[in-house]
Design a binder for this molecule. Structure first.
Ligand SMILES: CC(C)(COP(=O)(O)OP(=O)(O)OC[C@H]1O[C@@H](n2cnc3c(N)ncnc32)[C@H](O)[C@@H]1OP(=O)(O)O)[C@@H](O)C(=O)NCCC(=O)NCCS
Length: 332
């Protein structure tokens, strides 16, 4: 596939996780579970939950401020904000618009993307293409989730798996060819939304006393089926993007997968014939932070010095929708 003439590079990363940490033992005081069950089934040891009144946009601001600082740019040069979230501050206006005001940015293009756990890659893909078009120069890409606002703390099959966080990157157009976001792919299969969904609150079941009594404003998940699909799709999308851009898995320096379940990541590693050392994982400390997860792991890997100039990095995610996506990055 021919390279796009305009490159898009990541010039700054940032993330934020709330101060309140809940261990698996803490969760076992809320629902009938145990540290042993959660760790062996998911690989998660603890997660962070936002404070009362702490909103998705508050976490996004904190992550964005760090990314802007790291990029060393003048924030007034940002001309695009995309926020990936399934837990916006409110159904509308978008969290991106709220962020535009909180960050004191100009009257720039700002919108949310809802692709659940694949959201960060969908946002990066969309933002990169908008920059490549020449219409935009510097974009703020955010993944931010207050998953605790839609968790059912009476449902042990879901509430132990998720956490709250925000992540941010600054992407900029560059004239240097062959670096940055080499390409992204994204896909969907909406044939069975009930695999992973929040039944009420939209036009299907508007909020009512009944919907609240039936606990329909919380996440519902068919864990076994989602697990099977995740293993299949994450492997497929990873090999598809490598093939599309003429790379092989042994050329990857670092793979950053969506942080949902360590057993899913283990399967991906086996399928790609890559040692786990090539992966950056932090779900043991954060759980599944949905749209924030890939950016959270990316920022951590960068801060830890795991990403160097010239490295080939693969981001891959899977989530409700179903949605999936991957991005291939040659770090500049
Ligand atoms: C949710 C998940 C960890 C469950 O693991 P599993 O091996 O499939 O477990 P099962 O669903 O077979 O449940 C086994 C038992 O544990 C019980 N259980 C479920 N949650 C539990 C918990 N938190 N603590 C203790 N027991 C639990 C179940 O009730 C079931 O008991 P039963 O056999 O008496 O009915 C796993 O299916 C998974 O990770 N799925 C993907 C979820 C995901 O990543 N979603 C986000 C995608 S972006």
């Amino acid at each position: 596939m021919s390279q796009p003439t305009r490159s898009v590079i990541i010039t700054g990363t940032g993330s934020y996780s709330p101060a309140k940490v809940l261990t698996n033992d803490d969760m076992s005081k809320i629902v009938d579970t145990s540290d042993e069950w959660i760790r062996t089934r998911s690989g998660i040891s603890e997660r962070c939950f936002a404070a009362q009144g702490e909103k998705t946009s508050d976490m996004a601001v904190a992550a964005a401020e760090k990314a802007i600082l790291a990029a060393g740019i003048d924030r007034s040069d940002i001309d695009l904000i995309i926020v990936a979230t399934m837990t916006p501050d409110m159904p509308f206006p978008s969290t991106a618009c709220i962020l535009q005001s909180k960050l004191g940015l100009g009257n720039i293009t700002a919108f949310d993307i809802q692709a659940a756990c694949s959201g960060f890659i969908y946002a990066l893909n969309t933002g990169s293409n908008m920059l490549r078009s020449g219409a935009y120069k510097k974009a703020l890409i955010i993944g931010a989730e207050k998953m605790s606002s839609i968790l059912d703390f009476q449902d042990r099959t879901t509430c132990v798996l998720f956490g709250d966080a925000a992540s941010a990157i600054i992407i900029e157009a560059s004239e240097t060819a062959g670096v940055g976001v080499l390409g992204s792919i994204a896909g969907s299969d909406g044939s069975d939304p009930s695999l992973l969904y929040q039944p009420a609150g939209g036009s299907t079941i508007p909020p009512s006393h009944e919907s609240i009594d039936a606990r329909q404003h919380f996440i519902k998940m068919n864990g076994k089926e989602i697990f099977k699909q995740a293993v299949r799709v994450m492997g497929q999308v990873s090999s598809d993007i490598l093939k599309q851009y003429s790379f092989t898995s042994d050329q990857i320096d670092l793979l950053i997968p969506h942080q949902a379940n360590m057993r899913i990541i283990d399967s991906l590693a086996k399928r790609m014939k890559l040692p786990l050392e090539k992966f950056h994982n932090n779900l043991d400390r954060f759980g599944n932070t949905s749209g924030a997860s890939v950016g959270l792991a990316l920022d951590e890997a960068y801060q830890m010095g795991r990403i160097q100039s010239g490295d080939l990095i693969l981001l891959v995610a899977f989530g409700a929708g179903l949605t999936w996506g991957a991005s291939l990055i040659k770090w500049q």
